[in-house]
Design a protein around this ligand. Structure first.
Ligand code: NAD
Length: 345
């Protein structure tokens, strides 16, 4: 099997994560060759790790030895680098968010079409086990027909780093984490979007959103909340999913959680409980016979890792798991969310 030689532009946090954690698993498919980073200390680190540090981006792109480029720079530079790399005859992976907006993604897609080179976006959270559990719940009917999904990531560290706080670099949590949450939902729901409501959090006084919330309604009636927060000292569950026959919670990335489903047994009506200073039958817990608590399913498995799939698309003309048309659709949704929030201010 021919190994493809890969170099990274932008050897920061994520660029080095690809090199240290993702690509070594695919050592039969890819050989890691070199890097180009505008920061001297990152170039030095690369050479210490036995990689070639190219003197400039153009020098890297002109190297005929390099088959593939990974782009892991701040978001505002992805488009220009992607187009230059495609035009240099390279196969290209870009980190998410692919671009600042949908128009930029269309420009890249046009160049990929003209050059015939592969361009794929690292929407790696399609492989997250917590997400694949929810995707299975959607398909399996284990909690009946799913009619509401709440997908949240909550932290209490504010917006990390430097460029993520700045609009000109594509900062803010909608572009940073929202792109993952929305991509997951759009890849799971087989129904057109009917309506979108959205709001940003700017509690930290940064120029970019430090969190956001969206309410999506699909034509099949499914309601989805996605939320990112960076000022949440107590987290809500990663996923809360309601179906006509039960409720599931995936509490965290450690896959803790459970399903509680109706037994549909013929049971007596719940007896009222004391609630605060009042009495309630409506909110009384169901009797033991009325529900059963089950472990979460194992979750769907994807047939290939991201990089196995990237290789397959390049070498065998395989079908991409992350399709550019899907990425474009999510970027259009992101554009729309920015418009909604702008109009409401
Ligand atoms: P970072 O700041 O840690 O690293 C970015 C690196 O790019 C820095 O070393 C910087 O010097 C370098 N750089 C900046 N402009 C450059 C240019 N024009 N040419 C060459 N190098 C340049 O940021 P990061 O956290 O690694 O994020 C990089 C990208 O990866 C972002 O698009 C981010 O959204 C994405 N990311 C994805 C995931 C994921 O799970 N898929 C996780 C983290 C980051």
């Amino acid at each position: 099997m021919k190994k493809l030689k890969l170099a990274v532009i932008g050897y920061g946090g994520m660029g080095s994560y690809h090199f240290d954690h993702l690509l070594p698993n695919e050592g039969e498919l890819f050989e890691l060759v070199g890097v180009y980073d505008i920061k001297e200390d990152r170039q030095t680190l690369a050479t210490e790790k036995g990689l070639k540090a190219y003197g400039s981006r153009d020098e890297l792109l002109a190297d005929p030895e390099i088959d593939c480029i990974l782009i892991a720079t701040p978001n505002d530079s992805h488009k220009e680098i992607a187009i230059a790399a495609l035009e240099a005859g390279k196969q290209v992976v870009s980190e998410k968010p692919v671009t600042m907006n949908a128009a930029e993604m269309r420009e890249i897609m046009a160049v990929a079409e003209q050059t015939g080179q592969v361009f794929m976006v690292h929407q790696n959270r399609r492989w997250d086990p917590d997400y694949l559990i929810v995707k299975e719940l959607m398909n399996s009917g284990a909690i009946g027909d799913v009619f509401q999904i709440e997908s949240r990531v909550h932290g209490a560290n504010g917006i990390p780093g430097d460029w993520r706080r700045l609009k000109q670099h594509g900062g803010g949590m909608l572009l940073d984490w929202g792109i993952h949450l929305l991509d997951q939902i759009m890849w799971m729901v087989d129904s057109p979007l009917k309506s979108i409501e959205a709001d940003f959090s700017t509690i930290l006084g940064e120029e970019c959103d430090d969190g956001y919330i969206t309410y999506l309604t699909f034509e099949n009636g499914l309601r989805v909340i996605t939320e990112v927060g960076t000022t949440n000292y107590i987290r809500l569950p990663r996923w809360y999913v309601k179906g006509t026959q039960g409720t599931a919670e995936v509490t965290d990335w450690d896959l803790s959680g459970k399903m509680v489903v109706a037994t549909n047994a013929d049971v007596a009506a719940p007896t009222p409980i004391q609630a605060g200073v009042g009495l309630t039958k409506t909110m009384a817990p169901p009797s033991e016979a009325a529900t059963k608590t089950l472990p979460l399913p194992k979750g769907l498995q994807l047939p290939q890792s991201f990089y196995q799939n990237f290789y397959d698309v390049i070498v065998n003309d395989g079908v991409p798991i992350v399709k550019n048309e899907e990425v474009l659709k999510v970027m259009e949704l992101i554009d729309h969310i920015f418009e909604i929030v702008e109009k409401s201010n």
